[in-house]
Ligand binder design. Structure first.
Ligand SMILES: [Zn+2]
Length: 511
């Protein structure tokens, strides 16, 4: 046989697309060509494959080798084709039996000595192979991901020779233990909440943000507890269901991040530094990796020092906030990544941080404050649901002895209430309040005539956009749900409006 064919996969976003690897051996001048839009890493595969075959004590064929990666119009990057190419060449040169590569998928990078190295994107690859009921061969470095998905037809190899031994002698490959990770979350009950002094108003906003998956902006001087509150918010969220946990695992797998099966049901929290590049935040790069916003999918994206991020980067968040996904464009194709995150942002009220502090003097000129606040665009602020100003702590609050036990149980009670509140929303609309759009808003968030009038007056007074009004209604719905009230009442609506009323927020809105 001089022609072999084997399946592998290439990542396009978080989808693992089937690639057919064909290897043809013909007589003629010795040569080795890979065709089918290979990018640099794939072209370099030739050298790794040749060395791995020779160093595994096998024969690298003399003739002319052509490897075709189909479909030809899809760009291929990554080193995961190495193992498939090597086995294709071995079959084309009759060093392994003819039928041993039928109907299986193979992924793995080869080291020059013939060991198999881990790949990115094992989770989506396994899910795709499972759909077709095909066996899939993966590197030992990806065994944790194999265990997580729990598919019984996964073979694990550490070296090229492992697979050869398997087909030549029938020796069994190492198998994944097939345990379902996400079904056995170890940390169902939240605990370890951080002790936050004072800040009752902000605390309430954090609970509401968790209850309806609303975006939250906290404005306050340094040291007032913004980061502590953000860290508690993620703990207030209930564990992810299996489908959502698998989405998170797939994104981490494509990004090459480690996967901990015990904690994969905890919603992720990502806190990129404000100096993070645009690509690191929204995704892209040579291999088109998911960015922080996708790694925060189904969890929280925490942006501290919000105004220090580049305005262009912040504006790129608008698309995912609306659609729950981000499109990354390359020269010849576009990739979509899921990015349904909850945005939690924190900032100082002015460059020196003392503007809202009663005891310290703010020395910023009004021009400087305007420039500082002006970095946040109106459309981005419109997409924040809850805006809260945190005062600096009073002497009494600062000296307050940590009543950790009381505080812990208060947070745990809140977590239980939030879980109930989210269940109410799912039962009513099949989704959380923050995800309601258009008709769903009218259907599930009806307001009585007096409340509609109240909202219209406020809208004029505060100069709110239609988008901001929709967000106020959604927050009011969450407050009503949190109070276990069927209807949105006057107090619910007034509270929702209050999250757009603070002094600093008014300043922001008037820019
Ligand atoms: Zn200042």
């Amino acid at each position: 046989m001089s022609l072999a064919r084997v399946y592998s996969r290439v990542m396009l976003g978080v989808d693992a697309i089937e690639v057919c690897v064909e290897a043809h051996l013909s007589s003629g001048l010795p040569g080795f060509a890979i065709v089918g839009m290979p990018e640099t890493t794939v072209r370099e595969s030739k050298e790794r494959v040749r060395s791995a075959i020779i160093n595994s004590g096998l024969e690298f064929p003399d003739g002319r080798i052509t490897v075709n990666l189909a479909p030809a119009d899809l760009p291929k990057s990554g080193a995961q084709f190495d193992l498939a190419i090597a086995l294709g060449i071995l079959q084309a040169s009759c060093q392994i039996p003819n039928d041993c590569l039928d109907n299986i998928e193979i992924m793995g990078e080869l080291a020059l000595q013939g060991e198999v190295r881990g790949i990115q994107g094992a989770v989506p690859a396994i899910l795709a192979a499972r759909k077709l009921k095909r066996e899939i061969i993966l590197p030992a470095a990806n065994a944790a991901e194999a265990d997580l998905v729990g598919y019984e037809r996964i073979g694990i190899v550490s070296a090229l020779t492992d697979y050869l031994e398997h087909v030549r002698t029938g020796k069994d490959l190492k198998r994944s233990n097939g345990k379902h990770g996400p079904l056995n979350p170890m940390d169902k009950t939240p605990a370890g909440f951080l002790h936050v002094k004072g800040q009752l108003f902000a605390r309430r906003a954090v609970e509401l943000a968790a209850a309806g998956s609303h975006n939250l902006l906290m404005i306050g001087p340094p040291g007032c507890g913004k980061t502590l509150l953000a860290n508690n918010l993620i703990k207030l969220l209930p564990p992810l269901g299996e489908q959502h946990a698998m989405e998170v695992a797939a994104i981490r797998s494509v990004a090459g991040e480690s996967i901990d099966a015990c904690h994969i049901t905890r919603p992720p929290m990502r806190s990129p530094h404000h100096s993070a590049t645009h690509v690191a935040l929204v995704g892209g790069g040579n291999r088109v990796n998911p960015g922080e916003i996708s790694l925060a999918h189904r969890g929280v994206l925490f942006l501290d020092e919000f105004t220090e991020f580049k305005p262009s980067t912040l504006d790129a968040l608008r698309e995912p906030i609306e659609n729950g996904e981000i499109t990354v464009s390359r020269a010849n194709y576009r990739v979509k990544f899921p990015a349904r995150f909850q945005l939690v942002a924190a900032m100082n009220p002015c460059p020196c941080g003392n503007a809202s502090d009663t005891r310290r003097e703010c020395r910023c000129s009004s021009d400087r404050v305007s420039r500082y606040l002006g970095r946040l665009s109106g459309p981005l602020l419109d997409r924040m649901d809850l805006l809260v100003e945190l005062p600096s702590l009073t002497q009494a609050e600062l000296l307050e002895r940590g009543q950790d036990n009381d505080d812990q149980s208060r947070w745990i009670q809140a977590a239980a209430a939030i879980q109930r509140c989210r269940q109410i929303q799912i039962q009513r609309a099949g989704k959380l309040n923050n995800e309601l759009h258009g008709d769903e808003l009218t259907m599930h968030c009806g307001l009585t005539t007096p409340l509609r009038k109240l909202l219209a007056t406020t809208m004029d007074q505060l100069g709110m956009s239609a988008r901001a009004v929709h967000r106020v209604i959604k927050v009011a719905r969450t407050i009503a749900d949190y109070e276990e009230s069927q209807e949105i009442g006057r107090t619910h609506l007034l509270e929702a409006i209050s999250y757009r009323r603070s002094r600093c927020v008014q300043k922001l809105g008037n820019l």
